[in-house]
Design a protein. Structure first.
Length: 143
């Protein structure tokens, strides 16, 4: 027990002496893009043809199941050049909504920041795919 307490005190002391102490909170920073949390607002947006739904999970998970109409855009598969080329295919005024597996997944925010860097204004569907599926809403797969 003494060893555990000594280790905890040493960690606190070392962290406090750092020029930039490490945060004690494990949660990711809030996303820069606007967050959409309402399922009905997402369903309404999906009924409009100018809406583009982007699934940022790995291809494997996208193939197993995704929100109908979503395109796959995994985080590491796109650079600024490929995103700029994709942007040119969008209709003017397109609404882009990005989602990941759940609200703790940071990839939706990371892809949104990449899209914002090329001049797009995406929104993040924060509940993510898992919540969509748990609500019993339709799911597509590539079986």
């Amino acid at each position: 027990m003494l060893i555990v307490l000594t280790a905890i005190l040493a960690a606190i002391l070392c962290n406090g002496l750092r020029p930039a102490p490490l945060a004690w909170d494990w949660r990711p920073a809030p996303p820069l893009a606007p967050v959409l949390e309402d399922f009905q607002l997402l369903k309404d947006a999906l009924s409009r043809p100018e809406t583009v739904l982007v699934d940022v999970r790995a291809d494997f998970f996208y193939e197993m199941g995704h929100i109908p109409g979503a395109i796959s855009m995994p985080l590491d598969d796109h650079n600024s050049e490929s995103l700029a080329a994709w942007k040119r295919t969008l209709s003017p005024g397109a609404t882009i909504i990005v989602y990941c597996s759940d609200s703790l997944c940071p990839m939706a925010a990371q892809v949104s920041e990449k899209l914002m860097a090329i001049g797009l204004t995406p929104k993040i569907f924060n509940p993510g795919f898992d919540a969509w599926e748990e609500m019993g809403l339709p799911v597509e797969s590539l079986d």
